[in-house]
Design a protein around this ligand. Structure first.
Ligand code: RM4
Ligand code: MN
Ligand code: MN
Length: 432
């Protein structure tokens, strides 16, 4: 790591010397209170310790809006510097042990050297993301090909071939990095009624996904991610979980559906979508963020924490009481906060919602459901959702060698100032 400020278990413990005893007291109080309700804090702490969610490489820089971009100081200039920032994030949370790359934003010259570098930072590579929503210099540079009218759904055979080729390239790169999944989100759709045939677009995507699936190494999964609109505003090909499921089934046995929390029309019952996909056995990936209107990519848990709690409860149901082994990733785009702080808050929000969901007495809930006792079922949910588990989450982080109070500790560490001195202020990291 190039920065002079290194965050690890030792430096964090030194920065938090005064916080340790405060945590001890808060934990004793929280544990005693939960014990009165028959809740075992240890089980919750250990389950939170186990959980990890991938950091997206493109969220280490400041995100843009359609109207402008205000880059922050010390944004990462290279993929190695992005990894340095993820290592710092992971040191603080203990729960971001993997990183997800987006290609070609993260085109890699020497995968072997990069995977060795990641290893020295204690990081591994999670699902790879392919980008065919922008023109991609390596495949469309000759000017004859463009993704302007779509990629896997394009009417042009050569455009589709280039998009398939790009996905195969991302798989090959990911295989060298030790990843084992490819996430595909395509922007394909239409902006005008009548512009293209729903049916032919769908069939072409299904056909391309079959070709990409055929290129998966044996231990890989392929994820298809739905989204109802943006940048296509009349229709998108993979618009909802039903389309995603049909495409996964068409693609092959190792295709799964990926749920991004912000990719639903307003009012959609997202926890029910999660339940349905889990039932089919095709739920494979998860993108965490929050939203008020659409794909807002706001900080996880910032506007709808109760929905997050209910979604995690469905995941626990699927995993028989613990988090099922899905590809979890944070998918946020933040244009105001320090990117590392935004990701810390997202991770903390997931850890917190997980701890609350673990409190739910699932067998009592089932009994209330079977007895048609709606009031009792609500009581059971609320008893959990209103508990105070902050000390348990902090303890889980401490036991993982991470920070009790990650934001305060990050600020005290001087990391951002140190990397700004090295990297400067004028750079815009690759990403959205
Ligand atoms: C999309 C979708 C994808 C992400 C891109 C950047 O809306 O959420 O998962 O890779 O944005
Ligand atoms: Mn996403
Ligand atoms: Mn999105």
């Amino acid at each position: 790591m190039s920065s002079s400020v290194r965050l690890n278990a030792e430096t964090i413990a030194a920065l938090e010397a005064d916080t340790q005893s405060l945590l001890g007291e808060a934990l004793a109080a929280a544990t005693a209170l939960l014990a009165i309700q028959g809740i075992d804090s240890e089980r919750i702490i250990e389950e939170v310790r186990r959980f990890s969610v991938a950091a997206p490489s493109w969220a280490l820089g400041t995100g843009a809006t359609r109207f402008g971009r205000f880059p922050g100081a010390g944004e990462p200039r290279t993929i190695e510097e992005k990894l340095d920032d993820v290592a710092t994030l992971n040191a603080l949370t203990g729960a971001n042990r993997t990183v997800s790359l987006h290609v070609p934003w993260d085109e890699v010259d020497d995968p072997h050297a990069l995977s060795q570098y990641a290893e020295t930072l204690g990081l591994a590579f999670d699902a790879m993301n392919s980008n065919t929503f922008q023109d991609n210099p390596s495949t469309t540079d000759d000017g004859a090909l463009t993704y302007k009218f779509g990629s896997l759904a394009s009417a042009s055979e050569s455009v589709r071939a280039a998009a398939v080729e790009h996905n195969l390239h991302v798989i090959e790169l990911g295989a060298q990095l030790g990843s084992n999944a490819l996430s595909i989100w395509i922007a394909d759709g239409t902006n005008h009624p009548g512009q293209a045939s729903f049916r032919r677009q769908f069939d072409r995507v299904a056909d391309c996904l079959r070709q990409i699936h055929a290129g998966l190494p044996d231990d890989w999964l392929l994820f298809t991610e739905h989204k109802p609109y943006e940048p296509a505003f009349y229709s998108t090909v993979v618009s909802d979980w039903g389309s995603s499921l049909l495409l996964a089934e068409a693609a092959g046995p190792r295709a799964r559906c990926l749920v991004d929390l912000g990719h639903h029309l307003p009012g959609t019952n997202v926890e029910q979508v999660v339940s349905r996909l889990a039932m089919t056995g095709r739920l494979g990936g998860f993108h965490f963020n929050d939203s008020k209107y659409g794909d807002d990519d706001l900080t996880v848990g910032s506007t709808r924490p109760f929905q997050l709690f209910l979604v995690i409860l469905e995941l626990l149901e699927h995993g028989g009481g613990s988090m099922p082994a899905l590809a979890y990733m944070i998918d946020q785009s933040n244009n105001l906060k320090d990117p590392i702080e935004d990701l810390v808050q997202a991770t903390d929000a997931i850890q917190h919602a997980l701890a609350l969901a673990l409190i739910v007495d699932r067998s009592a809930l089932m009994a209330a459901q079977e007895a048609d006792d709606a009031a009792l079922a609500s009581e059971i949910l609320h008893a959990a959702a209103r508990a105070d588990v902050r000390a348990l989450v902090a303890e889980a982080r401490r036991r993982n060698g991470a920070a009790i109070d990650p934001i305060t500790t990050f600020r005290r560490s001087g990391y951002r100032a140190a990397v700004t001195a090295e990297r400067g202020s004028g750079h815009v990291a690759t990403g959205l």
